[in-house]
Design a protein around this ligand. Structure first.
Ligand code: G4P
Length: 529
């Protein structure tokens, strides 16, 4: 197959949701359709079980699963689909944000009864900011839930999306009769018992036909007609171009557990979802069909085997072909590296591959060369943009608890930060190290892994910080900036890239500081233009 054809047949996406909305179940059903797995239950949930936050076995279990489910690839109707795993737990939100830099589109799963939840809001906001095309899947229609129109309203208001339903439920919960597929103009009746089978669809070319009444009953048929009329009146017509630009989000309804509405979703997905997209680097926009290979690291996973401190760096291929045993330029280190056993990922296994294409993810064995955001090319100096750090929510001093193991501790901290487990800040005035995380769970992970993988012990000390703000000024020589540096000396730190960060102890302090120093900008993320 030609290079261009290989690119055009790839769809790389992520499924995002609040925990429990049904992401794992949907992923599994998609894999079943692709024939990548044979039975339900083969995909393990990567979520941290409730109440298990201090159980290290649970963390290890989660970590083990998360490498196995990092990328799930399968073929469906000649399309190569790569699903990138996104942890739903809020303490691992950074991981998800980074993964979102490697997807070309997303599917958002929403629980019909719970509606839009907190994690969904945050993740969708990131996708919206980047104009990532999104499809919404409203799940668990076999249960009582919110009215479809209310839900669509909620999605529009809370998520700031412009939706258009491409399917519509007939009843819900106990009275759930099936789904009318607006996209294909057919009806899929819900039988409940067919968890593993693909339901047959019945073509309904004319909604006014008596056939509809016979299939679902007079009243539900009339309700459906009225509702579809409303849909047509209220919502914009689906337009692929608007969807691809991130300006319009199609909505599907279904029940992942019952394998219902999933085929419709998948069939529409492969038709409309974007093929690998061009990506901005600091230097220029890079097109996927350029001949020269380039890609970037969006995730690093420490090897589960403590005897081999090897790591796996996940690289998204942006352009060209990635070939085994070929020297590529590691741009940050300005040195060439060769990879003898790049891994490709399939539903239940990983395999060494000779050649991969734009849209694909390869896992490269790494002994500490990579950190998140690194770019690999065939020789050109490119730096891919778009892997920002967000201000952490929690801050603690990290102290060495075993003076004999200082070296191990610093190496461990260094590598864990490269993996993106948390962020490290070094205070300007006394050099003390501060670890910032999204959730408290991360501190336990770090402590545990430092001890088990690096033989180092640490303790933490609380630090009263509300937000870390990246500081920017156009004039570092101004009196105002000098005054800021002097007055706020005790609250200034450097991140790992040596960027200046202001650790504000409260929202109030931040506002006052901003008022006092109007020429300085305080950013909540490390990446700004
Ligand atoms: P997540 O990855 O988004 O966290 O959600 P997951 O797929 O694990 O689903 C969360 C729970 O919701 C699971 O039940 C799952 O079986 C259920 N579920 C998913 N889709 C549907 C659906 O369409 N209808 C109904 N009724 N339930 C659905 P659980 O009891 O928490 O877990 P399990 O013991 O069944 O694994």
């Amino acid at each position: 197959m030609s290079f261009k054809k290989e690119i055009n047949r790839r769809r790389t996406f992520g499924i995002i949701s609040h925990p429990d909305a049904g992401k794992t179940t949907l992923t599994e059903k998609l894999l079943l359709f692709g024939g990548a797995i044979q039975e339900a239950g083969a995909v393990k949930s990567n979520k941290i079980k409730k109440g298990a936050t201090s159980d290290f076995m649970e963390i290890e279990r989660q970590r083990g699963i998360s490498v196995a489910t990092s990328v799930l690839a399968f073929e469906y109707n000649g399309v190569k689909i790569n699903i990138l795993d996104t942890p739903g737990h809020k303490d691992f939100a950074e991981d998800t944000f980074r993964t979102l830099t490697a997807v070309d589109s997303v599917i958002v799963v929403i629980d019909v009864a719970k509606g839009v939840e907190e994690q969904t809001e945050k993740l969708v906001e990131v996708c919206r900011m980047r104009n990532i095309p999104m499809i919404v899947f409203i799940n668990k229609l076999d249960r009582e839930g919110k009215d479809a129109f209310d839900l669509l309203d909620e999605v529009e208001q809370k998520l700031g999306l412009r939706v258009t339903p491409l399917s519509f439920p007939i009843g819900m919960g106990y009275d759930f009769k099936g789904i009318y597929n607006i996209w294909e103009k057919n009806i899929n009746l819900f039988k409940g018992e067919s968890k593993l089978h693909i339901n047959e669809t019945i073509e309904i070319s004319d909604l006014n036909s008596k056939e509809l009444d016979q299939l679902v009953g007079n009243k539900p048929a009339q309700t459906l007609r009225d509702e579809l009329e409303l849909v047509e009146g209220i919502y914009p017509k689906f337009d692929k171009d608007s969807y691809l630009k991130g300006n319009l989000q199609p909505v599907f309804f279904g029940s992942a557990l019952n394998n219902f509405g999933v085929r419709e979703l998948l069939d529409c997905f492969i038709e409309i979802a974007p093929k690998p997209r061009a990506k901005k680097s600091e230097e220029r926009l890079v097109q996927p069909d350029e001949e020269q290979f380039s890609g970037f690291v969006f995730k690093i996973h420490a090897n589960m085997d403590p005897n081999h401190r090897n790591r796996l760096a996940f690289v998204k291929i942006v352009s060209g072909e990635f070939k085994r045993n070929t020297p590529y330029l590691h741009v940050r280190h300005n040195k060439k590296l060769k990879f003898s056993s790049p891994n490709a990922f399939f539903a239940e296994k990983k395999e060494i591959v000779d050649i991969s294409y734009p849209g694909d993810i390869v896992g490269l064995q790494d002994s500490g060369n990579f950190k998140i955001g690194d770019t690999l090319t065939e020789g050109e100096v490119l730096n891919y943009k778009g892997i920002p750090s967000f201000s952490p929510e929690h801050f603690r001093y990290i102290n060495n608890a075993d003076p004999m193991k200082a070296k191990q501790l610093y190496k461990g901290i260094d590598q864990l930060m490269d993996e993106g487990v948390a962020q490290l800040f070094t205070l300007d005035y006394n050099g003390r190290k501060v670890i910032g995380t999204v959730g408290a769970l991360q501190y336990e992970v770090i402590q545990y892994r430092l001890e088990h993988e690096y033989g180092a012990k640490c303790t933490y000390e609380n630090l009263n910080v509300h937000k870390a703000c990246w500081v920017h000024t156009d004039n570092e020589k101004s009196e105002e900036f000098k005054d800021f540096l002097r007055v706020k000396q005790r609250y200034l730190a450097r991140d790992k890239q040596n960027q200046l960060v202001f650790l504000a102890d409260s929202m109030f302090t931040l506002q006052m500081t901003q008022q006092k120093y109007p020429s300085i900008t305080f950013h909540m993320t490390s990446e700004f233009d």
